[in-house]
Design a protein around this ligand. Structure first.
Ligand SMILES: NC(=O)c1ccc[n+]([C@@H]2O[C@H](COP(=O)([O-])OP(=O)(O)OC[C@H]3O[C@@H](n4cnc5c(N)ncnc54)[C@H](OP(=O)(O)O)[C@@H]3O)[C@@H](O)[C@H]2O)c1
Length: 262
């Protein structure tokens, strides 16, 4: 299927590794030019140049901490001055720490608020006027399966992601008349650095990484952990003109892990 993404400008945040990188690659494979943001300049630049070499598209890396308002403003300004338009915005950020409710003081809540909610608010608010003047646009937020099912130790993530779901629904209504769609994608467990760090942090003696992965996947109907490109494929579809009638939704990519029927 031709996703008709050739020549589109896609902004992908937290894009140097993991789900963000897989998304940037997937959109580039379809012919979109990519503006990538993350904090570590060296890794970001390496990812950007890898993508432009591999897929023959234009890439631009802008060092950005998505939790900072000034970085968001500079990112959008630079992207627009270099590319002249924003067709697609993929909001993504590092995940907040895992832990119990009583573990987190105000400072951790504030950090999660800035990184996982306000980043989505600010980047969307800055991108929307450009999409409105173009008469179309796609906003896709990478959140988490914790908005659909209980996920142990995810109080910061769950709280912020549910606010993103609410905001996206409001935005999808306001922006629908401008042919701008707003959707969330909710990954279950996908094999990225973040997952490896969490999963392999406390290795029981004698267990191999492969055994740990198999154990973690035993309750997932598909019986394996997801691949980042499996989430990215959905994002590319939602970013395409073909998905113009899908808006205001949250779609899980979880190997069937959520057991609720509706
Ligand atoms: N992987 C999963 O199974 C899974 C499941 C559900 C939800 N999620 C969520 O999906 C998101 C991505 O996860 P991942 O597994 O891809 O993580 P990852 O492999 O650790 O990659 C994180 C990426 O985000 C960037 N980043 C982190 N904090 C940032 C910030 N403040 N500003 C800009 N860039 C930032 C990192 O680069 P720098 O460090 O250089 O900035 C890196 O490129 C997270 O919010 C995570 O909670 C992941």
């Amino acid at each position: 299927m031709d996703l008709q993404l050739k020549g589109k400008t896609a902004l992908v945040l937290a894009a140097s590794k993991g789900l963000g990188k897989a998304t940037a690659e997937s959109l580039a494979k379809e012919g979109a030019d990519i503006v990538l943001g993350a904090r570590n300049a060296e890794i970001l630049e390496r990812t950007a140049s890898e993508i432009s070499k591999k897929f023959g598209v234009r890439t631009l890396s802008i060092v950005t901490d998505v939790s900072r308002a000034e970085d968001a403003a500079r990112f959008i300004e630079t992207a627009v001055s270099e590319y002249g338009k924003i067709d697609i915005l993929v909001n993504n950020a590092g995940g907040p720490p895992f832990g119990k409710f009583e573990d987190f003081p105000d400072s951790e809540w504030e950090q999660a608020f800035q990184q996982n909610l306000m980043s989505t608010v600010r980047f969307s608010r800055l991108a929307v006027p450009h999409m409105i003047s173009a008469g179309s646009g796609r906003i896709i937020n990478i959140i988490s399966l914790s908005v659909k099912t209980y996920l142990e130790n995810s109080v910061l993530s769950t709280s912020m992601r549910l606010a993103v779901v609410g905001m996206a629904k409001m935005l999808s209504n306001e922006l629908g008349p401008h042919q701008i769609t707003v959707n969330n994608v909710a990954p279950g467990i996908m094999l990225t650095d973040r997952t490896k760090e969490t999963l392999f942090k406390h290795m029981p003696p004698g267990k191999t990484e492969a055994e740990m992965l198999a154990e973690r996947a035993k309750d997932i109907p598909i019986r394996r952990i997801g691949r980042p490109e499996e989430l990215a494929a959905l994002i590319s579809f939602l970013a395409s003109p073909i998905a113009g009638y899908i808006t205001g939704t949250t779609i899980a990519v979880d190997g069937g892990a959520v057991r609720s029927i509706l």
